[in-house]
Structure formats: structure tokens, C-alpha cells
Design a protein around this ligand. Structure first.
Ligand code: SF4
Ligand code: SF4
Length: 191
């Protein structure tokens, strides 16, 4: 007897853009020009947008996956040049092992405390010619960044807004969401 087929889970359609900016220098300039607008978008998302959290997270994740198909992190590396790249104990142990040094020596050489959290002192010393030389053993934070597919987009918007100044993935995802969601129309109606 045939097994009953499972209902396919409908994937949200990603928000898209006609023009996707991949150059991080141009992203920085555009994000700076759009700061006020993006702040207004954040306010709308937090207090007026009626879309449920899980639906919004699904749309953001689908859009981020779409953008990741267009934007090549190997031609950017901006997130590897931040002043601090978070590391936890397991990251330090793994990286120390890879580099053939004790964890204590790794800490002395590479790690500083930044705003109460430990981080590799940036720009990351493991970035060479836009390539991560410890890729398989990179810190968890590098694996997850920029966290566009993680739940909680609504409450993490401030962090994403600040990342939009240097990360093409975040910038273009936010711009695509601005165009997809009805926030502009809502703003005009409320005048
Ligand atoms: S460990 Fe690799 S991915 Fe992480 S910041 Fe350094 S170069 Fe970038
Ligand atoms: S995650 Fe963002 S900042 Fe980091 S390399 Fe990819 S596009 Fe660049």
C-alpha cells in the first residue's frame, strides 16, 4: 500500500532586488545614506508590522539564502576585519590544537577581552588574501555570521542594522525586505 504523502512545506518566496550591491565599500556608503530610513524601517518592524515572528523569520531566511547565492563572501571578508571576533572556550581549544600551541599560549597571542567578551583581536590574523586559513576550525561566531537565518529577526534588528554598514548580505537583505513589506504604503496612509 502506498504511504500517504506528506504535505510539502511551502517555502516563503524570497524578497529580491533588481540591483544587488556586492562591493562592501559601496554598501558602506549606501547604508550610511539610508541610515534614517533603515531606522524607521526597524521601528515599523518592531511596533507596527503585523507579520508573526515565525513568518517574518522565514521570509528573512529565504531572502538571506537568495542573497547568499549572489554575494560571494570569498570576495568580501569585511566581517573578518572587525575589532574583535568572538571566541568561546571550545573555539580557542580547537584553534590552539590546529596551530600546535597550548590554549594558554593561543589566548596570550590572539585573544583580548572586548566589551566583557573574549575575542580574537581583529582584523583577524587568520584572514589571508580574503581567505580564511583556519576555515574548518573557525570560531562558531564565524560559522553563524550574519545570523540572518537564525530566529528572532525582529528583536535582533539593531545588531543587523549595524552589520548592514559593512556586510553586503545584511544590507541587501534589509533593502529587499523594505521593498517587499508594506511599510512605505503604511507610512503614506498614516500621514
Ligand atoms: S577565523 Fe576565519 S572566518 Fe573567522 S574572522 Fe578569522 S578569517 Fe574570518
Ligand atoms: S558575511 Fe557579510 S561581511 Fe562577512 S564576508 Fe560575507 S558578505 Fe562579507
Amino acid at each position: 500500500m502506498d504511504q500517504p504523502s506528506e504535505e510539502p512545506t511551502e517555502q516563503p518566496r524570497p524578497a529580491t532586488l533588481d540591483v544587488i550591491i556586492t562591493d562592501p565599500d559601496i554598501v558602506e556608503r549606501r547604508a550610511t545614506d539610508l541610515t534614517d530610513q533603515t531606522m524607521r524601517f526597524r521601528s515599523w518592524i518592531k511596533s507596527e508590522c503585523m507579520m508573526p515572528d515565525d513568518e517574518l523569520d522565514g521570509l528573512v531566511a529565504a531572502t538571506a539564502r537568495y542573497m547568499a547565492g549572489v554575494i560571494d563572501c570569498r570576495k568580501c571578508g569585511r566581517c573578518c576585519t572587525l575589532p574583535s571576533i568572538g571566541v568561546n572556550e571550545a573555539d580557542s581549544a580547537r584553534l590552539a590544537r590546529r596551530l600546535g600551541m597550548s590554549q594558554a599560549a593561543f589566548g596570550r597571542k590572539y585573544v583580548t577581552v572586548y566589551e566583557a567578551e573574549e575575542g580574537i583581536t581583529g582584523p583577524c590574523p587568520f584572514l589571508k588574501d580574503l581567505s580564511c586559513k583556519v576555515y574548518e576550525d573557525r570560531p562558531d561566531t564565524c560559522r553563524g555570521f550574519p545570523y540572518l537565518e537564525a530566529p528572532g529577526f525582529r528583536r535582533r534588528m539593531l545588531m543587523l542594522l549595524s552589520a548592514s554598514f559593512y556586510c553586503p548580505l545584511v544590507f541587501n537583505t534589509l533593502e529587499a525586505l523594505k521593498r517587499r513589506l508594506p511599510w512605505r504604503a503604511k507610512r503614506r496612509r498614516s500621514r
